[in-house]
Design a protein around this ligand. Structure first.
Ligand code: PMP
Length: 394
């Protein structure tokens, strides 16, 4: 492995040559069942024929012109996103972190444009992850991400789920601009915020003129079995960051906002050179079309139900290995007793790829949304063998 890459990643000893559907083919010929999906990005599996065709067709036409020209693909994808959500306005980005940055700026500008420039405080929650840029690390609740990058930016504070008094007091403060949270935490270990809490936050924020930003970068775009994770709670945010599956594995992100919340986002306030480029939009439109098909979302619910049930069965049989099974849809977390990184290595020996999640020793399964029942059964068999192996090691 080259010594010229910054050492910020804990990389598995596995070089991938190519992928097809839910399978990855390593350079040494080993075939892996992929429950990582590029950390939830390759939502339709690897090398989906429609997405490949979309990239090829667009690559021959036009890659990039910048946002000083009209880009028809952007307009079409924005129209579709708004037709299927609470949103009226979209800004396209290249990543989840950039979508979060746009969301934070949109919230701040909203109050500024409303003549309330003193509303600067944005509250994040414990266990959350919003990306690695400065705004995103300051907005997230996990102190690990800001360690060494202090002092914390002014205007960012953290709240703890369950500390209702502190949450109510924070939202009622006259200088509060917004709260930001993931309806289902991804990196935090596949943890759902109770639907009743999301509705409660909506009421409180409405009462005090505070905006709600949802980060659905990981849990959005069908991952939970509905297009948006917040749909399960029967409420909506004012602003939402999405990415990952939006490009089906190609770098695409977006910040969505209601007309009201987007009020301050006027000419010159924000921008991106690459965001929403024609190539990204072509593949984004194809991915969006596939993901929003009712049968795709139905499949997520069905396969998720099967995996959860089977994993609960394994938990009963291996209480010494599995502590908890959680998550929503195909954002599944399994909290383990043995070390999660060691467990992922043992799973790899069964040719199964998992991803770590959360500070509490969990592994995540994020299979593609079009995962089949046969592949799901295969996952369970491999997971079972890994549990047996783990038991022998303990
Ligand atoms: N928000 C959430 C919820 C995420 O899961 C991630 C990526 N794991 C991000 C933001 C950041 O996205 P990106 O790495 O594309 O910047």
């Amino acid at each position: 492995m080259s010594s010229h890459l910054m050492g910020v990643y804990n990389r598995a000893p596995l070089a991938v040559d190519h992928g097809k559907g839910p399978r990855l083919y390593a350079t040494d010929g080993t075939v892996y069942l992929d429950c990582v999906s590029g950390i939830s990005t390759n939502a339709l599996g690897h090398a989906h024929p429609r997405l490949v065709q979309a990239v090829k067709d667009q690559a021959e036409k036009l890659w990039h012109v910048s946002n000083i020209f009209q880009i028809p693909g952007q307009e079409e994808l924005a129209d579709r996103l708004c037709a299927d959500s609470f949103a009226d306005a979209v800004f396209f980005t290249n990543s989840g972190s950039e979508a979060v940055e746009c969301a934070l700026k949109t919230a701040r500008k909203y109050h500024h444009a409303n003549g309330q420039p003193e509303r600067i405080e944005i509250y994040g929650f414990d266990g959350s992850f919003h990306g690695r840029t400065y705004g995103a690390i300051n907005a997230a609740g996990n102190p690990n991400y800001v360690e060494g990058f202090g002092p914390r930016l002014p205007g960012y504070s953290q709240l703890t789920f369950g500390d209702h008094d502190a949450i109510k007091a924070a939202i009622a403060r006259p200088d509060t601009a917004a709260i930001i949270l993931e309806p289902v935490q991804g990196e935090g270990g596949a943890r759902s915020v109770p639907e009743v809490c999301l509705r409660g936050l909506r009421e409180l924020c409405d009462e005090h003129g505070v905006l709600i930003i949802f980060d659905e970068v990981q849990c959005g775009m069908g991952r939970t079995g509905k297009l948006w994770a917040h749909e399960w709670a029967g409420m909506a945010p004012d602003i939402m960051a999405i990415a990952k599956a939006l490009g089906g594995g190609f770098p695409v992100g977006a910040c969505l906002a209601s007309d009201k919340a987007a009020k301050g986002m006027t000419v010159g306030v924000h921008g991106s050179t690459f965001g929403g480029n024609p190539l990204a939009m072509a593949v984004g439109l194809a991915a969006y079309d596939e993901i929003t098909k009712p049968e795709t979302l139905e499949n997520v619910r069905e396969i998720a139900g099967y995996l959860k049930q089977q994993l609960a069965g394994l938990q009963e049989r291996f209480p010494d290995v599995i502590e908890d099974v959680r998550g929503k849809g195909l954002l599944i977390g399994v909290k383990l007793k043995p070390n999660n990184r060691e467990f992922m290595g043992w799973a790899r020996d069964e040719n199964q790829l998992l991803v770590a999640g959360g500070g509490d020793n969990c592994v995540r399964m994020l299979p593609p949304l079009n995962f089949t029942r046969e592949d799901a059964a295969d996952v369970i068999e491999r997971f079972e063998r890994t549990c047996e192996f783990a038991r022998g090691k303990m």
